[in-house]
Design a protein around this ligand. Structure first.
Ligand SMILES: C[S@@+](CC[C@H](N)C(=O)[O-])C[C@H]1O[C@@H](n2cnc3c(N)ncnc32)[C@H](O)[C@@H]1O
Length: 229
C-alpha cells in the first residue's frame, strides 16, 4: 500500500519552527558526538526529519510510543514536537547520546511527563516494561526480523510495531511467517512512501496476542547477536 503523505507533511509544516530549532540543536550536538551523521541542517532536514515525519499519521491518537535506538532523537523528537497528544519514550543504550538528547528535550521545553529519555539496552528495559506501549518503533537499528523480536515484548496486544525500511525490506521479511506467529504478531504490512529519492517503506505489524515470556532474550544470548552494542 502507498502511504499518503499529505497529512504528515502538513503536521510537519505546522510545527516547522520547533522542528527547525531541534535540527539546529542536533547539528551542533553532531559536532560534539556522532549522533546522526550530518552537521548540515539542510541535509538533516531533507534526509532525516522529513523521513521521520512521514510516520506522523501512523501514531496512535493520545497513545504511548517508544523509539528504540533513538540516537540523536530520530524519529522520537520529531514525533514529540509534531504530535503533542502522544507521550514519547526515547531509548538508547549509549550514555553520551542520551545526555545530549536529554539536553535537547530541556531546551525545547518538552515536559518530562510527556517526553522521557531512557539510557538502557532495550532488552533489559523491555523485561521491566512488558506490553505497555501502544506503538514501538525503530529507525536504522537492525534488520526487520530481529527488530520484531526486540519490539514485540514492549507492545500491548492491539498495538503496533513500526520499522523504517528501505529497498531491502522484502529480503528481511522473507520466510518470517512462523516467527511472527511466535511473537504474537500479525502478517507484516508494507506501507511505501515517496520522498522523491530512494525506495522507502514502513513495515508495520499488529500485536495480536501476548508475546511469550522468553522474549526479550536474556542479555547473555542477545550479546551474541550482531546488532546489540
Ligand atoms: C544507527 S543509530 C540510529 C539512530 C536513529 N534512530 C536515527 O535514525 O538516526 C542506532 C542506534 O541504536 C542504538 N542501539 C543499538 N543497540 C541498542 C540496544 N540494545 N538498546 C538500545 N539502543 C540500542 C545505538 O546506540 C544507536 O544510537
Amino acid at each position: 500500500m502507498e502511504l499518503d503523505l499529505t497529512e504528515p507533511l502538513n503536521l510537519l509544516r505546522r510545527h516547522e519552527g520547533e522542528v527547525r530549532h531541534f535540527v539546529a540543536l542536533l547539528a551542533t550536538a553532531n559536532t560534539r558526538a556522532r549522533l546522526t551523521g550530518p552537521t548540515d541542517e539542510l541535509v538533516l532536514w531533507e534526509d532525516h526529519v522529513v523521513d521521520c515525519a512521514a510516520a506522523l499519521a501512523l501514531l496512535p491518537q493520545g497513545g504511548q510510543v517508544i523509539d528504540v535506538g533513538t540516537g540523536g532523537g530520530l524519529p522520537g523528537l520529531v514525533w514529540a514536537l509534531c504530535r503533542p497528544d502522544v507521550a514519547v519514550t526515547l531509548l538508547d543504550s549509549v550514555e553520551r547520546k542520551c545526555a545530549l538528547v536529554g539536553e535537547m528535550v530541556q531546551v525545547l521545553g518538552l515536559p518530562p511527563e510527556r517526553v522521557q529519555v531512557v539510557c538502557e539496552r532495550s532488552e533489559t528495559f523491555a523485561a521491566r516494561n512488558r506490553e505497555v506501549f501502544d506503538l514501538a518503533s525503530a529507525r536504522a537499528v537492525c534488520e526487520a526480523g530481529v527488530l520484531a523480536e526486540v519490539l514485540s515484548p514492549l507492545v500491548r496486544p492491539g498495538g503496533h510495531l513500526l520499522a523504517f525500511k528501505g529497498p531491502r525490506a522484502e529480503e528481511e521479511l522473507e520466510g518470517g511467517r512462523e516467527k511472527w506467529d511466535r511473537l504474537g504478531l500479525g502478517e507484516p504490512e508494507r506501507l511505501g512512501y515517496d520522498l522523491g529519492d530512494k525506495v522507502r517503506c514502513f513495515v508495520r505489524w499488529e500485536k495480536i496476542a501476548p508475546c511469550p515470556s522468553k522474549y526479550p532474550r536474556r542479555p547473555g544470548m542477545a550479546e551474541k547477536r550482531p546488532w546489540y552494542r
